[in-house]
Design a binder for this molecule. Structure first.
Ligand SMILES: [Zn+2]
Ligand SMILES: [Zn+2]
Length: 180
């Protein structure tokens, strides 16, 4: 059974390696989400609001598939696990609720068992899923890029500096309240 699983996983990896480099991003004008094959286009017109995006593709990205900066806004990027945080939190919450129910019925062993299973599922989701490169400013996500390169991890200082919410706050947080 283990052998079958292992061979299945390796064939999946090969399949993923041959996929084209893609970028997923939200249009900065209408927030519609788009996915593009990075190397097959140099510009993109949002079909919803008509905003035009120009893709800046450096030589290293074109020839080696290494993402050193965002093709949309040319800002720095970082690498993180491609982990669906909402799904992870849902699994954890479901585990805690089920565990509390078991505790309520004095079923101590199943209570801890269910918590353990939820933790293992979360760990599995975290490990199984691949990596994704993200832009600090526009939060565009790159997948199927060249992994033979050391990408920086998320720097919280940089993230705060490029965070659109932080920038919005520095303008005038009370601007919307004055009319009331
Ligand atoms: Zn748009
Ligand atoms: Zn960007």
């Amino acid at each position: 059974m283990w052998i079958v699983k292992a061979s299945k996983r390796s064939s999946q990896t090969t399949e993923q390696d041959s996929l084209p480099l893609t970028v997923t991003f939200a249009c900065e004008r209408c927030t519609t989400k788009h996915m593009l094959k990075v190397l097959s286009t140099s510009s993109f017109l949002c079909p919803v609001c008509g905003k035009e995006f120009e893709l800046h593709i450096p030589e290293k990205l074109r020839t080696e598939g290494i993402v050193e900066s965002c093709v949309l806004c040319q800002c720095p990027v970082y690498e993180r696990s491609d982990f669906d945080q909402k799904l992870g939190v849902s699994v954890a919450v479901a585990g805690i609720i089920a565990s509390l129910i078991f505790f309520g019925f004095d079923q101590i062993v199943p209570a801890f068992g269910v918590l353990g299973v939820a933790t293992i599922i979360d760990w599995f989701l975290y490990r199984k899923l691949g990596k994704v490169v993200c832009c600090y400013r526009c939060e565009a996500q790159y997948r199927n890029y060249n992994r033979n390169w050391t990408y920086p991890e998320c720097d919280l200082g940089l993230k705060e500096r490029y965070d659109p919410l932080t920038k919005g706050m520095t303008e005038d947080p009370t601007a919307g309240w004055r009319q009331y």
